[in-house]
Design a protein around this ligand. Structure first.
Ligand code: ARG
Length: 276
């Protein structure tokens, strides 16, 4: 019998894909081969927002800005933990215009904002779980940002090295099934192939009950899912992984964000969690 999983209500920040497009290539997904269908992207994204609302979560919106086609990927803007904002410094110049746009939202919401000194892409690479912050590096976020995040939050940061260019952010290779805050065991789902051998060993030690996924699951953006402890909003294309999660007692909720896969992102990339 699988364990009874307990959901916890979340607050998410999202950004409507009004100006979403693939206009440059800063990861291997962005080939521009298939053009973005903007209307379809908007409808798919609205489906994601409705899914969160149906699950009882709160959804806040930051206003999209023209000329920032990747701004829909709100997860990259910051890590918000204990109400503290560690704002990003984007790797690609094409995305740096997002920094003031998100900062304005955080300030208007009454938060003070600390901006990372070195390249850091928010929840794309910084993932809190079980009293730690897992921190990816290799493609975007730097080890210097990991140290700075540890100093800023006073929470132990565990560096993990990513090795697959298609899985360039930690949130394309790993997601949190249970953050441990509701009393359940902190647990994650990840694709071992995306990590260096040492980092894989770290994950095995930290999460002996992790759900491991295949590279195929990851290439369907299955590791870019969002869990509330029970309901896992998972990309529609990652059906095999959804089935495995169900076997582990989770409730998969598939959503189709295929237009965003053209830019190298899916469910989690579109979702910044605001942790009080
Ligand atoms: N085109 C965006 C980039 O390369 C996609 C970001 C995806 N976001 C994420 N959290 N993985 O920066």
């Amino acid at each position: 019998m699988p364990t009874q999983r307990v959901p916890r209500v979340r607050r998410y920040l999202v950004c409507e894909p009004r100006y979403f497009d693939v206009q440059y290539a800063i990861n291997p997904w962005m080939t521009g081969e298939a053009p973005v269908d903007r209307d379809r992207a908007l409808a798919q994204w609205q489906g994601l927002v409705n899914t969160y609302l149906d699950l009882g979560h709160t959804v806040d919106h930051v206003r999209p800005e023209p000329g920032l086609p990747d701004m829909v990927f709100a997860a990259n803007s910051a890590l918000v933990l204990d109400g503290r904002i560690f704002a990003s410094r984007f790797h690609a110049p094409q995305r740096q215009g997002e920094e003031p746009a998100f900062e304005a939202w955080f300030k208007a919401a009454g938060h003070t904002v600390h901006r990372s000194e070195s390249v850091c892409e928010g929840e794309g690479d910084l993932v809190p779980v079980g009293g730690f912050v897992l921190a990816g590096t290799g493609f975007r976020t730097t080890p210097a940002a990991h140290r700075e995040a540890q100093e800023f939050f006073g929470t132990p940061v565990v560096g993990l090295t990513l090795v697959d260019p298609y899985l360039y952010h930690l949130d394309t290779a790993l997601f949190v099934l249970d953050d441990g805050h509701g009393g359940g065991e902190a647990n994650v789902c990840y694709v071992p192939d995306a990590f260096s051998p040492g980092s894989r060993e770290v994950l095995e030690r930290m999460f002996p009950h992790a759900v491991t996924a295949t590279r195929e699951d990851a290439m369907a953006f299955g590791l870019n899912s969002v869990s509330d402890g029970r309901n896992v909003v998972v990309p529609l294309q990652a059906g095999a992984l959804a089935d495995r999660l169900a076997e582990h007692g989770y409730h998969p909720v598939p959503v189709d964000l295929s237009e965003f896969h053209k830019a190298g992102g899916s469910v989690k990339c579109c979702t910044l969690e605001i942790r009080p």
